[in-house]
Design a binder for this molecule. Structure first.
Ligand code: FAD
Length: 440
């Protein structure tokens, strides 16, 4: 049985089916859709993805006919009884029933934080997590023609949504209580994101916690200690928390991050229950500690491992190095490993080097300069992390550093890598090599 049917859950179900053609597999999903790319939601809002259904990977009908997996939408699991191995489910009619499982994969994901401020339940106030959320936001945009959006939070989703709202012609302001955007990047890199957002007409207010939303039925204003902003659309993008209440109530142990504690086999402390995706912790391969890094890339891998093991296999997920990438208007931003702050917190003595280098040969038209920051441990010389920003070629270049981190390489070893070169794609000394050399 699978509880939560998006990235982790349906990966688990599909993997379990591949391993055991005879297993009875049912997935309960509280929302109206299973198996879709929530990472594409900003592009649905911007219109680059035309229809909500374009984000769906496999429909419940295809799960049934092609994989013999019963995926039931609008079915919320209300409670798990691990001793009786039963779950209580509410179906679309509102009735509840109990049903048994032999093994359970808990993949309830994350939930968007909703600050408990006055006015948070006004019309025109949104979070963006599920495809249902995306559809509701689209309907509001079409039905109410808002002109001024305020985004609360300047993390990945806040930044991507600022671009999406600007793309469809809204005035956009971002209110963030921290002093800068993308706070899991080093300040010099998040400064580039700030400048790019401002260049594209986004008003930014940092160090300003949200105090209240005001309006009649519909939201009209956003209040911080320093100002009142007019708004007819507000998006809460202040972070993701593990949706772990169901787990906690069932006696499943949560880790220090508040997410479900799992082994490398994705087992929880309760026999017969696995957890995967945004509800679960990950092992950070650099800090050697549990971490909460909710990403689709990880959710799919963890789901696969949980599904394999739930069907009697023996797979493991060793952990992550914290690789992430996003697009902010004309800028690609990416990071892997530990930031300087994270490295200090993990007990390292970080040193860093920053270079700015062309993305293509200097004589080849187009491209631009990429900023690359490399972070290493002063004592051991080990590579700890890298961050990049630039107009192109960042997303895949960061994967070189991610691979190097998995291989526990030093910057010196990265600087010797045989990377590809031709003028349209890179200068003869790739920015990765130049930055790694500077960090030696
Ligand atoms: P979820 O996608 O959260 O799915 C969990 C599901 O469980 C939900 O549909 C929920 O309805 C259901 N559920 C919860 N409780 C119950 C219950 N009691 N009973 C039944 N069902 C339940 N990641 C990246 O790697 N790259 C990106 O570019 C990226 N961009 C993103 C952009 C946006 C706007 C968002 C919202 C996320 C983005 N992510 C990105 C993160 C990525 O989408 C998540 O990491 C991924 O969806 C996690 O998958 P999951 O299956 O663990 O959880």
């Amino acid at each position: 049985m699978v509880v939560g049917g998006v990235a982790a859950g349906m990966s688990a179900a599909s993997r379990a089916r591949r391993r055991d053609p005879d297993l009875e597999i049912v997935a309960y999903e509280a929302s109206s859709h299973v198996s879709y790319g929530s990472c594409g939601l900003p592009y649905l809002i911007s219109g680059q993805v035309r229809r909500p259904e374009d984000l769906v990977v496999v429909t419940p009908e295809r799960f049934k006919s092609e994989r013999n997996i019963l995926a039931l939408t609008r079915h919320e699991v209300l409670a798990i009884d691990p001793w009786g191995r039963t779950v209580t489910v509410r179906d679309p009619s509102g009735s509840t029933f109990k049903t048994e499982y032999d093994v359970l994969v808990l993949s309830t994901g994350g939930r968007a934080s909703r600050p408990p401020v006055p006015g948070a339940d006004l019309t025109g106030v949104f979070t963006l997590r599920t495809l249902d959320d995306g559809i509701a936001l689209l309907e509001y945009l079409r039905g109410h023609a808002p002109r001024r959006a305020v985004i609360v939070g300047a993390g990945y989703i806040g930044v991507e949504m600022a671009e999406a709202f600007r793309t469809i012609g809204l005035e956009v302001a971002v209110v963030e209580m921290l002093p800068r955007p993308l706070s899991n990047f080093d300040p010099d890199l998040s400064e580039l994101a700030r400048a790019e957002m401002e260049r594209n007409g986004v008003a930014l207010y940092f160090g300003e916690p949200l105090q209240a939303l005001e309006g009649d039925v519909r939201v009209r204003r956003v209040v911080t200690p320093s100002r009142t902003l007019d708004a007819d659309l507000v998006l809460f993008a202040g972070g993701v928390r593990p949706a772990a209440t169901l787990a906690r109530d069932a006696g499943i142990a949560l880790g220090p991050t508040g997410a479900v504690q799992v082994t490398a086999r994705m087992e929880t402390n309760v026999p017969g229950i696995y957890a995967a995706g945004d509800v679960a912790e990950v092992h950070h391969l650099l800090s050697d500690r549990p971490a909460y890094i909710p990403l689709g890339s990880t959710a799919n891998k963890q789901g696969r491992v949980a599904g394999e093991n739930a069907a009697g296999g023996d797979a493991t997920f060793p952990g992550v190095v914290g690789t992430a990438v996003l697009k902010a208007f004309g800028l690609e931003l990416a990071r892997t490993g530990l930031s300087t702050d994270e490295a200090r917190q993990a007990g390292f003595d970080p040193v860093s080097a920053v270079v700015r280098h062309g993305s293509r040969a200097h004589y080849y038209p187009g491209g631009g300069r990429i900023t690359v920051k490399v972070i290493a441990d002063r004592q051991s010389g080990r590579l700890l992390g890298a961050q990049m920003a630039g107009p192109e070629g960042v997303a895949k270049r960061i994967d070189i550093f991610a691979t190097a981190l998995h291989a526990r390489m030093t910057p010196e070893e990265v600087a010797e890598l045989d990377l590809s070169y031709a003028p349209p794609f890179a200068p003869v000394w790739d920015p990765v090599l130049v930055a790694a050399r500077a960090a030696v």
